[in-house]
Design a protein around this ligand. Sequence first.
Ligand code: PNS
Length: 167
Amino acid sequence: MKRVIAIYPGSFDPPTNGHLDLIQRGAKIFSELVVGILRNSEKAPLFTVDERLDMLRQCTSQWPNVRIESFEGLLVDFARDRGAQAVLRGIRAVSDYEYELQMAWMNRKLDPTLETVFMMPAGAYSYLSSRLVREIAALGGSLATLVPASVEEQLRLRLGVAPLAPK
Ligand code: PNS
């Protein structure tokens, strides 16, 4: 069978269970999945790239064909460097579609040989985003089922929020 390498790019600030769901799905259909954390983001991130690399490595060690890396510059150049034929992106809802389609078209313009593949996470994660996770964490809400326990712990430490008292 043909070996297909895919890149799953993103900010992952922080990684959520939705990201992990997509990584698991991608790891099933691609020979190798390279998760690429964007380094040159203009946004001021909550976690450094090295922290996000560590978090994702910890949460994905059970999948031998998944590799976590960071990249700078154009995604198409990173994909070419890694010998990837596909880019994996998640679509949670129709609202994601316009932005994702624009990126996919632009990436196709930059490199017509690179295919973008869209996958849906489990329905339970269709409303989940890193931005909402950061907001809930900052306001002391429960993140159980939204992020791995290790990520929740890092969020609480970073934001100086005490763990929730058991009910
Ligand atoms: O998780 P995000 O923030 O939605 O991911 C966006 C990402 C990293 C996929 C996108 O910003 C990207 O690919 N940036 C790399 C620079 C690039 O190639 N820009 C042109 C894309 S059309």
